[in-house]
Design a protein around this ligand. Structure first.
Ligand code: ATP
Length: 121
């Protein structure tokens, strides 16, 4: 195994994440939301399975935002001028983020609401 190549790839990938934090507002919003959800989870108290689900959902949101940002850049290179397919590619990628975000909210509510309800009443 070529460790030098492996660590280089790791360094490029880390640069990608750092670049997304610096340049993508949506990524920063999801980062903040992820921290808020983790704090809420700590305060509420979750089972092991619920923690696993929450962590997968939060990381999944980052993954899908990174892929979306990547698609945006590739489309900008491939089609700097207006093109219907370029519009569709960007809107489809953004749609994937939206569907996933809605899914995380629904699952989050399914996990948190009964617990908060139990604490209140
Ligand atoms: N080359 C293009 N051809 C056709 N429509 C485009 C093109 N580029 C962008 N669009 C349309 O404009 C919308 C916004 O594009 P833009 O590149 O500003 O992305 P964004 O979602 O605002 O992301 P960001 O602000 O992170 O760059 C796209 O979702 C798409 O509908």
């Amino acid at each position: 195994m070529n460790f030098r190549k492996f660590f280089k790839s790791f360094s490029y990938a880390s640069k990608g994440v750092i670049h997304a934090i610096k340049s993508e507002q949506n990524f920063r919003v999801h980062l903040l939301a992820g921290v808020v959800v983790l704090l809420a989870a700590l305060a509420t108290g979750l089972s092991k399975l619920e923690w696993i689900i929450i962590v997968i959902l939060i990381c999944g949101m980052f993954v899908i935002e990174l892929v979306n940002a990547s698609i945006e850049r590739v489309v900008d290179i491939a089609s700097p001028d207006f093109h219907e397919l370029a519009r569709q590619a960007k809107d489809l990628a953004a749609g994937a983020c939206l569907v996933y975000a809605i899914c995380t909210v629904i699952v989050g509510l399914i996990i948190f609401i009964p617990k908060w309800w139990g604490i209140l009443y």
